[in-house]
Ligand binder design. Structure first.
Ligand code: ZN
Length: 555
């Protein structure tokens, strides 16, 4: 097993002068603490854990391990009914591609498509059994009336209404819309706009530039079961309190089209996909037009239900007043389970995604358990289920917190923080949005780490990890990744990792990891949690933040 890259040892000289946990850490080197962290990663992502699929026995086994660790570090249970768990119910849908069919019909002539090669059918939202509907290209598919931008607006286009149609859209957005706004538009506003427009389905086309990995991996991912939160009795109350967390459960036809085959959709329209793609890559405005053909599909699915828990533990704060408030440290335990073989291997271990983050939350618990004083605010350690299924565990927790909702003041989330090279810089999602940026910059400076915003907002990372569930519930939140300079060896390592290992069986324990850098990150993270917990000022969204609207909805 290769644990170390050769470059990992050259960063040993970093001074942790600001560390609140320095007292207990001086005895052990970064490397020793990195190895301790790696032991946790191994326990969570070895082959016997079989990829920790939400609802699986192995997920439960990994969860029991986490609970044991939390107990060992002296944390109290803070889940449901006095325990560490918060059970969550899911509706599961598996698309049976070999029993389903997809074709394009132009002027009565049917051209059948290959499921897997040309397109994959969506498993996440409830599918329709059958669809036969005209296709309309609506550009980026963004519905942002607040920015006076709406691709769903049919008043100035020949079709006048999207009722009964299937919309086709491409990833991305025009340059003059801010990144977080474009990301936000891909969440609840898209589902709502689609629903309100009367459309009966949606086909998305990823741009090759926006894809973290090739089409082959998208195709193998399509055999995965899709999940959504089972409708809960209080769904309406939650949706009223947090409109951004509302779910749409009506069946819809959904599919993703292979960009390499997308000319099939555009043939005969006077537009080519190549031309649309060039405009999208340049973040230019896109034309909207009818595609002059229908999509015909029969979708065969298998539906079941599973239950899978979040895990919640707490460290009581020391301040009589502030201890009633919570700072969350969080990560997700689930991964993709066992699936289509890649290089002859079928277990998707999810070592970086996100055993690494859970291990760091455990290391944070360890650091607090050894600290001489407790933090002023309470720390809530939350480990989510079903992140890979659409941030579902965190979404459930944000809507049904096991502590009073108004007491949750911040979330510091970890999802693939990527210690694969030396730690000099962190890219922080959500940095421009709240006062948590000040704490992050202060603690970063103490650790000699440059704190920078996400340089690739169009990857939509901000909405793709669990902190976004808290953003939607009005809670200031940050997430972290090892930073790089564009074009540097570190950048190439990151892109290479995405291409080779992300959501692949190669995200396993045999990959190179920089253990010393992981340990340095863990110190930064624990110090940041401590700093936020001790800050007399309550974290809040900045006046300038678009996401402040959610904070206002809640309070
Ligand atoms: Zn993932």
């Amino acid at each position: 097993m290769r644990w170390l890259r050769s470059m990992s040892l050259v960063v040993a000289g970093v001074v942790l002068s600001g560390s609140v946990f320095l007292g207990e850490d001086t005895a052990s080197s970064d490397l020793a603490r990195g190895q301790q962290w790696w032991t946790q990663v191994q326990a969570l992502s070895n082959d016997a854990m079989r990829g920790r699929l939400t609802g699986s026995d192995e997920y439960l086994r990994a969860a029991a391990y986490v609970v044991d660790q939390f107990k060992a570090y002296g944390l109290q249970s803070a889940g449901l009914n006095g325990g560490f768990y918060q059970p969550v119910k899911f509706d599961v849908q598996r698309v049976l591609a070999d029993k389903s069919s997809l074709s394009l019909v132009t002027g009565g002539k049917e051209e059948s498509l290959s499921l897997g090669q040309d397109a994959v059918l969506g498993a996440r939202s409830p599918q329709v059994d059958h669809v036969d509907a005209p296709l309309v290209f609506i550009g980026y598919g963004l519905h942002l009336p607040e920015a006076k931008y709406d691709d769903f607006d049919s008043s100035s286009v020949p079709w006048k209404s999207l009722k009964g149609k299937v919309v086709v859209y491409i990833n991305g957005g025009p340059a003059d819309l801010p990144g977080p706004l474009k990301s936000y538009a891909r969440t609840a506003p898209f589902a709502k706009a689609l629903h309100d427009s009367g459309a009966v389905g949606a086909i998305s086309i990823p741009t090759p530039k926006s894809m973290d990995f090739g089409w082959q991996r998208v195709a193998s991912g399509a055999s995965q079961p899709g999940m959504r939160l089972a409708p809960s009795p209080d769904a309406e109350a939650v949706a009223t309190k947090h409109p951004a967390l509302a779910d749409y459960h009506e069946p819809m036809f959904t599919a993703t089209f292979n960009p390499a085959e997308a000319e099939k959709l555009f043939a005969g329209t006077g537009h080519s996909f190549a031309e649309i793609l060039a405009l999208a890559d340049a973040q230019k405005p896109l034309p909207r037009f009818a595609l002059g053909k229908e999509v015909r599909a029969t979708v065969v699915t298998e539906k079941t239900q599973v239950e899978s828990p979040n895990i919640v533990a707490k460290l009581e704060g020391s301040d009589p007043k502030l201890s009633k408030e919570y700072v969350l440290v969080s990560a997700h335990l689930d991964h993709l389970g066992v699936g289509a073989p890649i290089h002859g291997k079928t277990i998707y271990n999810g070592t970086m995604d996100d055993a690494s983050g859970v291990a760091s939350v455990l290391e944070t618990a360890r650091a607090f358990s050894r600290a001489k004083t407790r933090p002023k605010r309470s720390i809530l350690f939350v480990i989510f289920t079903a992140e890979e299924k659409g941030l579902l565990g965190s979404r459930y927790f944000a809507g049904h917190p096991t502590v009073p909702a108004s007491a949750i003041k911040a979330d510091l989330n970890l999802d693939m923080f990527m210690p694969i090279f030396a730690l000099k810089k962190l890219h922080v999602q959500g940095l421009e949005q709240s006062t948590l940026a000040e704490d992050a910059r202060k603690v970063g400076a103490e650790h000699h780490i440059v704190i920078a915003p996400d340089p690739e907002p169009d990857r939509n990372s901000f909405i793709r990890t669990d902190q976004y569930s808290f953003v939607q519930a009005g809670v200031p939140a940050l997430a972290f990744k090892f930073g790089w300079e564009m074009g540097s060896p570190e950048y190439r390592a990151w892109r290479g990792w995405l291409a080779e290992r992300y959501h692949s069986t190669a995200d396993d324990l045999s990959q190179p990891v920089d253990l010393a850098a992981a340990a340095q990150f863990n110190s930064f993270y624990a110090d940041l949690a401590r700093t936020v917990a001790d800050d007399p000022a309550t974290p809040h969204y900045l006046e300038s933040s678009f996401f402040r609207r959610f904070e206002n909805q809640v309070k």
